[in-house]
Design a protein around this ligand. Structure first.
Ligand code: G6P
Ligand code: MG
Length: 219
């Protein structure tokens, strides 16, 4: 086990909830039904792909030009950025800061593999930037999750083999990406949401270097 590659939203901090709220506001304004079950499909995928799925759900796929879609995506992001502007280090999910410190002390590589263009800002707000050896530049990624590219890029940036990496995710698309990359997948959530994960924890409070090593070497 040479590196741990983290998803951000829903793993390091509860911004998955803010994405849900911001998309929910947009969907309500467009009169499109929106709920938590549908929202599961949006986790881990890009802003534009999320918008496409929401519009399709409202049978509005043909109703907006590219320019119209850009405006809707900007509207969602403006609301999302309003929500995340108040983040503080107290918003780091339980167990995460201790895990990052343990990994750093053990000289295990740490990378971020988030599809979010707001990721660097969020790490700054949480005062976690210094723990990350690599933050994958999502603008340089051609294929989003569930494609493994973002996790493979994280491993390459750290100079480690995928088989020596653990990926941690809260999204079904993310678990698929980790497994597609040939890594050990840790899911945060319920087993039904985390199909294909090697282990599933209900909350991040269960994560520690010791437990990750136990499961990784048992596999
Ligand atoms: C993550 C989240 C998604 C979000 C995507 C893009 O993958 O799980 O819900 O849509 O990032 O985020 P952004 O901040 O660029 O809109
Ligand atoms: Mg996530």
């Amino acid at each position: 086990m040479k590196a741990v590659i983290f998803d951000l939203d829903g793993v390091i901090t509860d911004t998955a909830e803010y994405h849900f709220q911001a998309w929910g506001s947009l969907a309500a304004a467009l009169d499109i039904p929106f709920d938590r079950e549908f929202n599961e499909q949006l986790k881990g995928i890009s802003r534009t792909e999320s918008l496409d799925k929401i519009l399709a759900r409202g049978n509005l796929s043909d109703a907006y030009s590219d320019e119209g879609r850009r405006e809707l995506a900007t509207q969602k992001n403006t609301e999302y950025q309003r929500l995340i502007s108040a983040l503080t280090p107290a918003d780091v999910l339980p167990g995460i800061k201790a895990l990052l410190a343990e990994l750093q002390d053990a000289r295990i590589g740490i990378a971020l593999a988030s599809a979010s263009k707001n990721a660097a800002f969020i790490l700054e707000r949480l005062e976690l930037t210094r723990y990350f050896d690599s933050v994958v530049d999502v603008t340089a990624i051609r294929h989003g999750k569930p494609d493994p590219e973002i996790f493979l890029t994280g491993a390459a940036n750290l100079g480690v083999q995928p088989a020596d990496c653990i990926g941690i995710e809260d999204a079904q698309a993310g678990i698929q990406a980790i497994k597609g990359a040939g890594m050990f997948a840790v899911g945060v959530g319920t087993p039904s949401q985390m199909q294909g994960a090697d282990i599933v924890v209900a909350t991040t409070a269960e994560l520690s270097l010791r437990m990750l090593e136990d499961y990784f070497f048992r596999d």
